[in-house]
Design a protein around this ligand. Structure first.
Ligand SMILES: [Zn+2]
Length: 206
């Protein structure tokens, strides 16, 4: 078991679709355990295999109130309903957060690492985490759910240099839209190297 580096935007692997896992072999189990270690080290709530450079449909979730890490293979959201506004961050976009819309609940199917089929309905942070991580497997990031008028908000930090770098930093279209260029649609992206553990406790990094 090992801690793997977490890929950050604009790494192209984060924009690719992960492939279905046909057989849960020792390689898949090693990846799952490495992802658990990596998520624990990053103090995050969820991690998708794309984020450690593996295009396989595997996610791990660690809810703050649970001791056990959840490992889901070939996860699918089969139904979702409602709309609510949530604050969200991503381990692959460190130093930033945004308010986006997520479903109120989802119905979820997957397989666990012992090849047992898992089916349940999720709400709250679990529902949010499952939507976020399954999005990752499809090359989708939370910033894709931002409305055009919304901006990425820097996570509070004592490091002034980070803010200056972010102010001047790379511009990123929050949403792929055609039409006239509008600077209000652009969002600042941070420089790599921010420590996700500096984020406020209220913000869950997924
Ligand atoms: Zn993420």
């Amino acid at each position: 078991m090992a801690i793997r580096p977490i890929l950050e935007l604009p790494n192209p692997v984060l924009r690719q679709r992960a492939k279905k896992i046909r057989r849960i072999d020792s390689k898949v189990l090693r990846l799952a355990h490495d992802m658990v270690d990596t998520l624990q080290e990053a103090n995050g709530v969820g991690l998708a295999a794309n984020q450690v450079g593996e295009l396989r449909r595997l996610i791990v979730i660690h809810l703050p109130e649970e001791d056990e890490f959840r490992i889901y293979i070939n996860p699918e959201i089969v139904q979702r309903d409602g709309e609510r506004e949530v604050e969200e961050g991503c381990l692959s976009i460190p130093g930033y957060r945004a308010m986006i819309k997520r479903s109120v609940w989802v119905r979820f199917n997957a397989m666990d690492h012992t090849e047992q089929v898992v089916k349940f309905k999720a709400e709250d942070i679990l529902s949010q985490a499952l939507e976020h991580e399954v999005d990752h497997l499809n090359g989708i990031l939370y910033i894709d759910h931002m409305e055009a008028h919304q901006k990425l908000i820097p996570v509070e930090s004592n490091d002034e240099e980070d803010h200056e770098a972010a102010d001047e930093g790379n511009k990123l279209e929050a949403k792929a839209e055609s039409g006239p260029s509008d600077s209000s649609k652009s969002t600042d992206l941070c420089t790599p190297g921010d420590d996700p553990r500096e984020t406020p406790a209220s913000l869950k990094m997924l």
